[in-house]
Ligand binder design. Structure first.
Ligand code: ZN
Length: 684
């Protein structure tokens, strides 16, 4: 591990922050916190923290000593001065006298001493930073350090590797007790460069930002070098089926089996996004004959537990062509996992005297021998975090097993962290949003209606996939929504199939399909060439059928219902002159909506459509509008408002109708008109 300290970058950070009125100490704290936070071997997803002690003048000019420490759960790699809440130091130091400090009192003491009362909550490890005397204090859960200390003889190993350069702090949960223990260890040997925290991570410190940072790099590098020596081969391979199923085929099965059962009867299950990862290191790990043993000993550092739970679910190796058997076995294993989690909760809750309320018992990491692993979460972001932490854990386990035996913190210690209110407060996600945990796919996603619809679904918490013929437009539109853009020709079955495979690997499946792509063809029906009519049927009917068929296949594999939404058209009901080539396939698509409702209602899959009229979009070009308005002798505005309500209908109106139908859990086979009132196109 190389130091990435640069005098020029440090100077630039000081200069650019000075221009915004930020003091040098804080600028340097931001600089090295980011250096640490951007190296995944040191810091992942809110893990780790950093602080600086400095002096400020208060409103009346009195100098006060303050601790600027990372906010709880924030990301070190992207930290800004505002992410380092400033806390008065003396009152924090005074807390060392206490024997005990409740969570509520600790948060109160931290918040009560904030210089800016609106600042975020300081890190749960703030007191540890406060009790150490050094100006700069850095803390990480570095992968290599965990490989050393997640061992039965972690202390002996740390002494051997560091030869007196660090202090060793036995495992204690974060908070007052750990802060006091760490300060005590430091004071016994004040010339140490850092502290190793058993089963947890490492602190380094120094009189300036560079010293604390360089010590982190040096001490972690020593651990890395140690782990490279005298390794034994780990993970003897298990036998695997001769032909394995594809990740895209099993993803919906995994996702469906891991959905949390509804809290009340007649409600939907709570779905998670399931994202797939693979690679040489992952495969060596999941293909090991003893996977059930080493992968279930627990998380590599305690705070991973809020993202990954303590144990992964282990699936059977999926044989090609035997998906039903895989699904059945997986459901059995999920039931066993849930039973195991419930028993762990009951046991530990009793031990601590009760009073905790149980979190859902579903796994957040699924290991699949032969293929790789899935990370699960309430959004793609959370699923990716779970997958990243699972990958980090398997690196730690691999290292630890190569030099000894992987032995992380025990179940009781981890329970206290998993159910610690201050850790729970870090959990963010789409919880509480109506469509959180669901995956919505929109075809024609880069057009006006597609994009407005995708935005509306994102607002409701769904993760978004945009399909569009134009690769760049799809990617660009999706990027703005934190989603995935895929180039797809919906009239080409292979292209559709490939797009759904990509969605299954990234998200685990799909819950909502908005089949929106379409194109307008005109021509007097008695004279229109056959090719034109057939081409229009390809996009305005068969493409709807292709994407719906793929979506239903995945929804059935998930077994958690689903929602099909079709952009039909008022043409399906009220044909316009010379619009036969467009209206005829749309009329067939309107029947398609109802056919899916009839055939798949029993599976909880709903099918609904929207009949819109006169929307400014790719279909209804400005030129066309001008021409129509002119032909009728009205202004363009009046043409667009030519409906009962005299209101122009927008892409956002159509988007809201799709969202409404997605939430209408007891509506299927329905066509909603979004046309400002067009009685000739009324369905009844
Ligand atoms: Zn920590």
């Amino acid at each position: 591990m190389q130091s990435r300290w640069s005098d020029a970058d440090a100077a630039w950070t000081i200069e650019s922050h000075a221009a915004q009125g930020v003091a040098e100490d804080i600028a340097l704290r931001v600089y090295t916190a980011r250096l640490l936070g951007r190296d995944p071997r040191l810091v992942l997803h809110g893990g780790g923290n950093a602080s600086v002690k400095t002096r400020i003048a208060d409103l009346v000019g009195a100098k006060t000593e303050v601790l600027c420490v990372k906010g709880s759960g924030s990301d070190m790699g992207a930290i800004e001065p505002a992410g380092l809440p400033m806390v008065r130091l003396e009152p924090l130091r005074a807390l060392r006298k206490l024997e005990r400090l409740s969570d509520q009192d600790m948060v109160n003491a931290l918040r009560g001493n904030l210089v800016d009362s609106a600042a975020p909550n300081p890190s749960v490890e703030t007191l540890l930073h406060a009790f150490l005397p050094h100006k700069f204090v850095d803390h990480t859960h570095a992968t290599a350090i965990l490989g050393l200390v997640d061992q039965p003889n972690g202390e002996a190993l740390a002494r051997e590797v560091y030869d007196g350069r660090v202090g060793f702090v036995p495992y204690v949960m974060s908070g007052l007790a750990l802060a006091k223990a760490a300060a005590g260890v430091f004071e016994k040997k004040p010339d140490v460069e850092g502290l190793i925290l058993d089963k947890h991570g490492i602190f380094t410190f120094g009189e300036d930002a560079r010293q604390a940072y360089e010590r982190m790099i040096a001490l972690v590098s020593l651990a890395e070098a140690w782990l490279k020596r005298d390794r034994r081969n780990v993970f003897a391979a298990r036998p695997l089926p001769s032909a394995l199923a594809n990740p895209a085929d099993i993803a919906p099965i995994v996702r469906g089996a891991c959905a949390a059962p509804p809290g009340e009867a007649d409600a939907d299950p709570r779905r998670f996004v399931a994202t797939f990862r693979t690679g040489a290191a992952i495969l060596a790990y999941v293909n090991g004959a003893d996977l059930e043993d080493y992968s279930r000993r627990g998380v590599a550092t305690p705070d991973h537990i809020i993202r990954t739970k303590n144990k992964p679910l282990i699936a059977a190796a999926p044989a090609a062509g035997k998906l039903d058997a895989f699904a059945e076995e997986l459901r059995r294993r999920v039931a066993a996992y849930v039973k195991d989690y419930d028993a762990y909760f009951a046991r530990e809750n009793k031990r601590v005297g009760g009073g905790k309320s149980k979190l859902d018992a579903m796994p957040r990491v699924v290991l699949v021998p032969g293929l790789g692993l899935f990370g699960l979460g309430e959004s793609l972001k959370d699923a990716a975090i779970a997958a990243d932490l699972a990958e980090d854990t398997l690196r730690v386990v691999t290292d630890a097993e190569a030099i000894g035996r992987y032995e992380p913190a025990g179940e009781s210690d981890l329970f206290e962290l998993e159910y610690w209110s201050l850790e729970q407060a870090k959990r963010v996600g789409s919880l509480g949003k109506a469509l959180g945990g669901q995956v919505a796919m929109v075809t024609g996603g880069a057009g006006a209606i597609g994009l407005a619809t995708a935005r509306a679904f994102r607002e409701e918490g769904a993760d978004i996939v945009l399909l569009d013929l134009d690769r760049d437009a799809a990617a660009q539109a999706a990027a703005g929504l934190g989603g995935l853009g895929i180039a797809c020709d919906v009239t080409d079955r292979a292209s559709v199939s490939a797009a759904f495979d990509a969605v299954c690997e990234r998200f685990g499946g799909v819950d909502i399909l908005v089949s929106n792509a379409g194109a307008a063809w005109a021509g007097r029906i008695g004279e229109v060439p056959d090719e034109v009519l057939r081409e229009s049927f390809e996009i305005n009917f068969f493409a709807h059928q292709s994407v719906a068929q793929e979506a239903v296949r995945i929804m059935l594999a998930q077994g958690t219902g689903g929602c099909l939404l079709f952009n039909v058209s008022k043409q399906a009901v009220n044909p316009g002159a010379n619009f036969g080539p467009y209206g005829l396939p749309k009329a067939a698509t309107m029947l398609l909506v109802r056919q899916y409702a009839v055939d798949y209602g029993v599976d909880g899959i709903r099918s609904n459509g929207v009949n819109a009229d006169r929307i400014r979009s790719g279909l209804l070009t400005d030129g066309f509008i001008a021409e129509r308005a002119h032909a009728r002798g009205v202004s363009e505005g009046d043409y667009m408002r030519g409906n009962l309500l005299r209101r122009e209908v927008t892409a956002q109106d159509v988007a809201q109708a799709f969202v409404h139908l997605a939430k209408a859990r007891k509506t299927t086979g329905h066509i909603a008109a979004v046309d400002g009132g067009n009685i000739a196109a009324a369905l009844r």
